[in-house]
Design a protein around this ligand. Structure first.
Ligand code: G4P
Ligand code: NA
Ligand code: NA
Length: 192
């Protein structure tokens, strides 16, 4: 998605540890027009597949997920994050380890908002090691429902998440694929 890559080039900065900072339009300040186009792009790609709901994880996945829900006329559920939680039988839960932050969060989705015939589209802002998407897949598995695929705003293809998800049979559709952040430079895959 050229508009997104242009924003990354213009506003993105590279931090130590292969982190791409995009606080100017995605992770802190949000560019609603760009997010609207992101939602339309995901909606176009995943149209006609019988998707019933959009799932994401709070907090940075919410903006692109809501815009996708708007474009597809579908409800959006964001998994809640907690440091630790007493077991609650009304929730599906999965543990998500963050390699970047070296912490484990338990994510949860209320059973109240999951139907047996759901087919969910997973949306997230970044795909790096794939732990957030895998956590949502674990919840879908527990609920016995189908995952239609994953729509990712920015995928770091030099980290293992995207390939690991594809190996598990999940379609990953990324709007910007970053193949390197070496020397403070953002390099995109040529095929996106
Ligand atoms: P992953 O396995 O889910 O792919 O992510 P990882 O543990 O590597 O990273 C943990 C958090 O850092 C995630 O956000 C993820 O989206 C974010 N992240 C990973 N790489 C980058 C990057 O290069 N740039 C930015 N800006 N973020 C990155 P989170 O903890 O779920 O936080 P949030 O959704 O509340 O922002
Ligand atoms: Na995220
Ligand atoms: Na994030």
């Amino acid at each position: 998605m050229q508009e997104l890559k242009d924003k990354i080039k213009q506003y993105g900065t590279v931090l130590p540890g292969n982190v791409l900072k995009v606080d100017a339009f995605l992770n802190h300040q949000v560019d609603p027009e760009l997010m609207y186009h992101v939602g339309q792009e995901f909606a176009k790609h995943f149209a006609g597949r019988g998707i019933t709901k959009i799932w994401t994880v709070e907090s940075s996945g919410i903006a692109p997920a809501v815009m996708t829900g708007l474009a597809m006329h579908l409800p959006v559920i964001f998994a809640r994050k907690h440091k630790s939680l007493t077991l609650n039988s009304d929730m599906y839960t999965a543990d998500v380890y963050s390699y970047t932050k070296k912490t484990t969060n338990r994510i949860s989705i209320s059973k109240k908002y999951v139907d047996q015939n759901d087919k969910v589209l997973l949306i997230d802002d970044f795909l790096a090691n794939g732990q957030a998407v895998e956590g949502m897949m674990e919840i879908a598995d527990q609920a016995g429902i189908e995952v239609a695929g994953a729509g990712i705003v920015i995928t770091k293809t030099f980290q293992p998440g995207a390939n690991e998800l594809r190996d598990k049979g999940v379609e990953v559709y990324s709007l910007a694929k970053v193949k390197s952040l070496d020397n403070g430079q953002v390099t995109f895959d040529t095929d996106d």
